[in-house]
Design a binder for this molecule. Sequence first.
Ligand code: NAD
Length: 314
Amino acid sequence: MKVLVTGGSGFIGSHITDKLKDKGVEVRVYDGVMPSHRKDIEFYQGSILDITALNFAMNGVDAVFHLAAVADVKDVYNDPYYSESINVRGTINVLQAARRANVKRIIYGSTTWVYSDAEADKVDESTPLHAPSHFYTATKLAGEYYCQSYSKLYEMEVTILRYGIPYGPRARDGAVIPIFVRKALNGEPLTIAGDGAQFRKFVYVEDLAEGNVLALNSIAKNKIYNLDGKEKVTIKQIAETIQKILGDVKIEYIPGRPGDFSGKEISSELTQRELDWEPKVSFEEGVRRYINWYKQREEKRETEWARLDEKLKV
Ligand SMILES: NC(=O)c1ccc[n+]([C@@H]2O[C@H](COP(=O)([O-])OP(=O)(O)OC[C@H]3O[C@@H](n4cnc5c(N)ncnc54)[C@H](O)[C@@H]3O)[C@@H](O)[C@H]2O)c1
């Protein structure tokens, strides 16, 4: 079986490729940049805006995980026009190339943000959605709708996965956990505005990747599943977990709004029931793994600079 992962060089996509490889699946990555986490992956470089390159990449492929996107909401906010081209038109290109190549299944990486404007506080896959306030969510939802249209019109099997907030090795540096870890390792205090009681649910990226692979099960065809974390974690807990792992870390409180985040309660019960998926890695263990990865990355960078300095000595 051969699987193509668009965006397979990115944070979540790279972990999906790892899990697929673990299960003995042949993997091909399609991305604008080369995968840097391992070398034993077939790689097609290209943009999802390039339909000809996509057509070549789909050759002999049985299933596609489509993750390539402008995934950072700040980037989408700054450049909605470009983001729409990648997240929406890019998705149609992937669907069209897959249809042309008779790919059996498309798995689309969406987000639990699609529930942000729903009326209910407790939401699941059957909750009616409202027009989203954020442009990022609008593009991801458009992608979902196009997947569903392709499934109905052209009898393609489609699975939509709505991811919670992922964290773990290879995460983007700009997210809250990476920022706190970098500060802590640089000896800077972790600053919390307000009482730090604002909470989020995070999903460890390898758990998320496992859920993606399970979605290849035939029961998942033409279904939507939430893949969200289990534990509610406050900002204060994030800081304290990092302090517990690293030891000498200062936490400072500055005036700010009290914890007022009333996020939706997102159910992943259907995913648990039908795909036998639930997150396994605790928040503390996940942060520990992120810190280990981060330290190794920084050490490698320093060693490489030192080696170059040595070579450039006059
Ligand atoms: N990270 C999150 O918080 C989060 C949460 C929910 C859903 N998602 C979704 O999961 C998917 C992956 O997100 P991520 O966090 O791994 O992002 P990422 O930015 O780490 O990875 C995205 C990958 O897509 C590639 N890419 C971007 N534009 C491309 C193009 N035009 N052609 C080919 N490749 C292109 C990038 O090079 C990158 O490797 C996205 O679809 C995102 O919307 C992410």
